[in-house]
Design a protein around this ligand. Structure first.
Ligand SMILES: NC(=O)c1ccc[n+]([C@@H]2O[C@H](COP(=O)([O-])OP(=O)(O)OC[C@H]3O[C@@H](n4cnc5c(N)ncnc54)[C@H](OP(=O)(O)O)[C@@H]3O)[C@@H](O)[C@H]2O)c1
Length: 341
């Protein structure tokens, strides 16, 4: 059996990965999950009686270290920025390497705002950019960008692991969309919050010019990428990890003006707002965006344009879920339902 420690199983990303791994052809995985709330642990256990649920917080570093030490593969999907748990995972996996010769792996979720550091620091939101980051062509630049960013402690902890003791992969998540199939949270943030704000305002909007672009990936395809890496780990495949193990995930891109227009038109079509984007589409500034939704200036106003060539080339990863545009009717409907509850 391959022992897998999964964090974030009650979350959007981790829940979908759990769904994927437990409904897939990958055999012999024994999954454990650290869950901080007793109620969520019960929900998880009821939906997945075969996984081992450990109640505890990621701040409990002794627990995280112990659990990592007994895992062959750690999937840290709860957070891109929880430093204490990342360091505890590193400690646990390094301690494990002293007692076993079999390889062990750490797959870590990261976020594509790492590509927008300059825009964030200069407060430039809503404008076009020519920068595109291809994870094969630009691998060295991406690693350097992460290494230079002292705020990215989790990513740097991952990148500083010695390949001879811990094999790592970082997955840089872009705008993730689509309903998750996990046991608790099935909702993403970026696009759903645009819908929520559109419904609240009663009309469409863009942040400044709205010409900025994020790449995007359906949550099922993101989970499939994690699955592909888990499969590669169980087969001890080489050439995929550590310095070579920084992965973008994308299967499309859109300007935010276009995304917000599609959302406003769909909300109008579903009778949720009175005017479509042609009739009323306001420009808001960063302060108003932040007042409407947490961190919205950064999440709706920056550029994060990526190419995921590495997973396609090295893992034969082929995203196949519906496009962002195709999921907008369900997204708008779901947010309207949630609002009415
Ligand atoms: N969604 C996206 O589009 C996207 C894109 C790129 C990167 N990311 C990043 O990926 C990470 C996961 O995203 P998500 O959308 O899956 O978030 P989410 O739905 O909020 O899930 C977070 C998960 O982590 C767990 N968790 C958080 N803090 C914890 C703690 N201190 N102790 C134990 N468990 C803890 C939560 O448990 P509870 O159930 O108890 O809350 C939940 O299971 C986040 O850092 C997010 O910023 C997300």
């Amino acid at each position: 059996m391959t022992k897998v420690l999964l964090t974030g199983a009650t979350g959007y990303v981790g829940g979908e990965v759990l769904y994927n791994l437990t409904h897939s052809s990958l055999d012999g995985l024994q999954i454990s999950s650290i869950v901080r709330s007793g109620d969520h642990a019960k929900q998880l256990q009821a939906a997945y009686p075969n996984i081992r649920t450990v109640v505890g917080d990621l701040d409990d570093v002794a627990l995280v270290k112990r659990e990592a030490e007994s895992a062959d593969i750690v999937l840290h999907l709860a957070s891109t920025s929880h430093v204490a748990s990342a360091k505890a995972i590193a400690d646990g996996l390094q301690a494990r390497s002293k007692n076993t010769s079999s390889p062990h792996y750490w797959i870590q979720i990261s976020g594509a705002t790492c590509y927008a550091v300059e825009e964030i620091s200069s407060g430039k939101f809503g404008f076009a950019s020519d920068e595109i980051f291809d994870d094969t062509r630009d691998q060295e630049d991406i690693v350097t960008l992460l290494r230079k960013n002292t705020k990215r402690v989790v990513e740097n902890t991952v990148l500083s692991q010695s390949p001879s003791t811990v094999k790592t992969a970082l997955i840089i998540g872009p705008l993730i969309y689509g309903a998750g199939r996990g046991p608790v949270n099935q909702r993403s943030v970026q696009a759903p919050e645009i819908v929520k704000t559109t419904l609240k305002l009663g009309h469409g909007f863009k942040l400044n010019k709205g010409q900025n672009i994020w790449s995007n990936i359906h949550v099922q395809d993101l989970a499939y990428l994690v699955h592909s890496l888990v499969s590669a780990a169980t087969n001890a495949q080489d050439g995929l990890w550590n310095h070579d193990g920084v992965y973008n995930a994308e299967n499309g891109k859109m300007t935010f003006e276009h995304l917000n227009t599609l959302i406003a038109n769909e909300a109008h079509k579903q009778g949720l707002i009175k005017q479509d984007a042609k009739a009323k589409f306001d420009t808001i500034d960063a302060a108003k965006a932040d007042a409407m939704s947490d961190h919205a200036a950064v999440l709706w106003g920056t550029n994060a344009r990526t190419v995921a060539s590495k997973a396609r080339q090295k893992l034969a990863w082929r995203p196949s879920a519906p496009s962002l545009e195709d999921t907008i009717p369900d997204l708008v409907h779901g947010e309207a339902e949630g609002r009415e509850k």
